[in-house]
Each structure stands twice: as structure tokens, then as C-alpha cells.
Design a protein around this ligand. Structure first.
Ligand code: XUL
Ligand code: CO
Length: 435
């Protein structure tokens, strides 16, 4: 087939390579611990930012120069983008991709036409997946861009919109199932509100619970084996998003009895928008057995919105990979680059630079995190810091052997508390030595 991108296949050349477009750290088959890099990282292309995003922002129109610009017929455009997507993933050695229905096929106001468009593009994707061995990490539906979702999708004030959103999820899940998708994602794009003056939050939250219950039931019904995932985000586009952060989502799932059916897809930039670090969100998900997948990107420390940048921050990536390794890996999730180029980076080869940056950042972070855990320095420190809980009164508290009366009596016998330093600066110095 005729090549769309001028850029050729990207090779691993090692850290001293002088080639502008080469991997310096991502060496797919290199073993790290018990697995090759590619199986630890499970990198994925986001179809929306990579193939459909044009670089437009609230103040200006699209800037991206793409070989498929000017293809007017919507189905022809979708086909051309699919050709580009699979050539791009093959050249980068990306094993997975993720999409919303409308990234791969034309939107339509007519539901039957919308579904038919998606079916026809699923035929195209299926064939390309078979040819290349590239797999679907997750599928989803876009239930936030079209004006019908102005008041939300499953949390709309209008029950007809709830039904429409159900039709979209049903179809997107059917197609994800058909393509062997390993997960299905729910990001509540407009599942939130602007003002309490016009909003029944109790009904909206119950409806969100009902909607996700129906999704879990439908999944069982069609025999879809993928993992269902919820992607928290605190704000943007709505002022208050219901899926604020990991802890909020876990509480919500438990309230509606859905905790066995869903895990969390954590996005770095969403974590920082919520006032958390990325690793905090990963940690909260992990310790609750809910870590499902990752949208790997990063925000800008000076900007208060979702900038979706390609990850370059090695400290953040190392902290994230420590959580992933402690989780025993991320599969069946992966690292999806939900990341876009800056608006002035408009050339097609900038797309390759973005992905190489992200993949090299995480490959390096994987190796560093693996060494940190192998050496066990921080874990030893933590174990020592909590040693009062392994014996004596601490052990008794954990065993439920004592209550307030016994503890009050104990405290009276023990007036001089012996406090130790948390030694944060010392530990940060050790971390620096690894990086
Ligand atoms: C939006 C976002 C979405 C989800 C999928 O901030 O992250 O692209 O990942 O709907
Ligand atoms: Co995302």
C-alpha cells in the first residue's frame, strides 16, 4: 500500500543515538524483570488526538497539516484515517489503540445511519487488525460533543437523552466486543452540572448508577469479557463532574453495588486537575484493587485545564511505574497516550516526535522503577517506620483485641512518646540518585 507518512519505521538506537527520530530507551523486547518492556507498558494510540484532532482551541481554528485534509466524503475520510492510523502504529511499534465511535466513523443525526457507519468502519478496522496484529485496548462512545448531550448523557434532565446515550453505549460495546477489545471505557464527559439552581443531583446520580448497572448487565448478556472502566475527571467540560477522582468513583460504585464490575482508568492530567498527584490516584486505585488502565499524558503546572501533553516528566513517570509494578502490572489495561501536540507543532512528523517522547519517557521510568523496587530501599524504610504495628499494642489494635478503655489505660503508662523523623529530604535525595 502507498505510504501516507514520509517518516519511516522508528528503530531503537540506544541513548547516544544522533538520529532525530529514534527510540533511545524503548527497546520493546528487552526484558525488565520477568517481562519484555512491551508487555509491561502496553502502549496505545489515542485515535482522537492522533487521527482526528486538528489543533483548534477556543480562540482559533485547526492548524494541523495532515495528509488526509481535503478528503470531503466522510466515509472516504474515515478510511483514509484508518490507513494512516495503522501505518503510524506499525511504524512506531504501538501494539494497541483506543477509540470513540466518532473518531473512526462519521457522526450522524440519524441513529440507524450512525450505527451503519460504525459497522462499516469496524469491517475496515477488523481487517487491518488481522493484517498487523495490532489490538484494541478499549473502545468507547462519544456522548459529550453532540448538542443532544448539552445537559449530560445518562445524567441529562431529559429521559429521551438517557435512552439515546444507552443506544450509543450499546452499539459501541457491541463493536468493541466484535473487535476483541480488552476494555470498555466510560468517561463522563458531561455527567456533571453547572449550577444547583437548576439541578436535581440526587436523581442525576441515581440515573448514572442505573445507567452503569444496565451497561454491566448488557456486557454479561453479550458475553463481552473486557474490563469496564470509569475514567475520573474533576471538571471540564462541566464545572462539577460527578466522577471527580478515584476515591469519589470508588464510593459511588460501592453505593450502587457496582464495585465488582468496574475498575478505574486513571489519566495523569485529570489527577492534577483534581489537586492530586498522578501517583496518588494510582495508589488509591491500587490499594482498593481497582487499578484498571492509564491515560498517559501530563498537564502544565501553570495552566488550570486539561492540556493533554505528551508525558516528558520523568519523576512523574517513575512514581507512576512504581505503582504499576507494585500492582503486578497493568494488564488488561495499558498506557494509552491520551495526548495531543501543542497547536504550533503542526507537521505530520511532530506526531512521531510526540509518541517517541512519551514511549521513551515511560521506558526509562520502567527501568528506574524496577531498580528502585529491586533494591527495596523505600520499602525497607516504610516497613521500619510502621514497625510499631507488628508487635505490642499496635498488633493488639490490628487484631481487634483492645478498645478505647484498654488504650486509655495503656496511654497513661506511656507518657513519653518517642517520635522518629519522616526523613523526606533524605528519601528524595535517594530517589534523585536513581533518576
Ligand atoms: C477527556 C478524556 C477522554 C477520555 C475518553 O478529558 O480524557 O478523551 O479518555 O472519552
Ligand atoms: Co482520557
Amino acid at each position: 500500500m502507498e505510504q501516507i507518512f514520509e517518516t519511516g519505521t522508528i528503530a531503537y538506537e540506544g541513548k547516544d543515538s544522533q538520529t532525530p527520530l529514534a527510540f533511545r530507551f524503548y527497546d520493546r523486547d528487552r526484558m525488565v524483570g520477568d517481562k519484555p518492556m512491551k508487555d509491561h507498558l502496553r502502549f496505545s494510540m489515542s485515535y482522537w488526538h492522533t487521527m482526528t484532532g486538528g489543533g483548534d482551541d477556543p480562540f482559533g481554528s485547526a492548524t494541523m497539516q495532515r495528509q488526509w485534509d481535503g478528503t470531503a466524503d466522510p466515509m472516504a475520510l474515515s478510511r483514509k484515517r484508518a490507513d494512516a492510523a495503522f501505518e503510524f502504529m506499525t511504524k512506531l511499534g504501538l501494539d494497541y489503540f483506543c477509540f470513540h465511535d466518532v473518531d473512526v466513523s462519521p457522526e450522524s443525526d440519524d441513529l440507524a445511519r450512525r450505527e451503519d457507519n460504525l459497522d462499516r468502519m469496524a469491517d475496515v478496522l477488523e481487517e487491518k487488525m488481522a493484517q498487523t496484529g495490532i489490538r484494541l485496548l478499549w473502545g468507547t462512545t462519544n456522548a459529550f460533543s453532540h448538542p443532544r448531550f448539552v445537559h449530560g448523557a445518562s445524567t441529562s434532565c431529559n429521559a429521551d437523552v438517557f435512552a439515546y446515550a444507552a443506544a450509543q453505549v450499546k452499539k459501541a460495546m457491541d463493536v468493541t466486543h466484535r473487535l476483541g477489545g480488552e476494555n470498555y471505557v466510560f468517561w463522563g464527559g458531561r455527567e456533571g452540572y453547572e449550577t444547583l439552581l437548576n439541578t436535581d443531583t440526587a436523581l442525576e446520580l441515581d440515573n448514572l448508577g442505573r445507567f452503569l448497572t444496565m451497561a454491566a448487565e448488557y456486557k454479561e448478556k453479550i458475553g463481552f469479557k473486557g474490563q469496564l472502566l470509569i475514567e475520573p475527571k474533576p471538571k471540564e467540560p462541566t464545572k462539577h463532574q460527578y466522577d471527580f477522582d478515584t476515591a469519589t468513583v470508588i464510593g459511588f460504585l460501592r453505593k450502587y453495588g457496582l464495585e465488582d464490575h468496574f475498575k478505574i482508568n486513571i489519566e495523569a492530567n485529570h489527577a492534577t486537575l483534581a489537586g492530586h498527584s498522578f501517583e496518588h490516584e494510582l495508589n488509591m486505585a491500587r490499594i482498593n484493587g481497582m487499578l484498571g488502565s492509564i491515560d498517559a499524558n501530563q498537564g502544565d503546572p501553570q495552566l488550570g485545564w486539561d492540556t493533554d501533553q505528551f508525558p516528558s516528566d520523568l519523576y512523574m513517570a517513575v512514581a507512576a511505574m512504581i505503582e504499576v509494578l507494585k500492582n503486578g502490572g497493568i494488564a488488561p489495561g495499558g498506557l494509552n497516550f491520551d495526548a495531543k501536540l501543542r497547536r504550533p507543532s503542526m507537521k505530520p512528523d511532530d506526531l512521531f516526535h510526540g509518541y517517541v517522547l512519551g514511549m521513551d519517557t515511560y521506558a526509562r521510568a520502567l527501568e528506574i522503577a524496577h531498580r528502585i523496587l529491586e533494591d527495596g530501599v523505600f520499602e525497607e524504610f516504610v516497613a521500619r517506620r510502621y514497625r510499631s504495628w507488628t508487635e505490642g499494642i499496635g498488633r493488639q489494635i490490628r487484631d481487634g483485641a483492645v478498645g478505647f478503655e484498654e488504650l486509655a489505660a495503656y496511654a497513661r503508662t506511656n507518657p513519653a512518646l518517642d517520635q522518629e523523623s519522616g526523613r523526606q529530604e533524605y528519601l528524595e535525595g535517594i530517589l534523585n540518585r536513581y533518576i
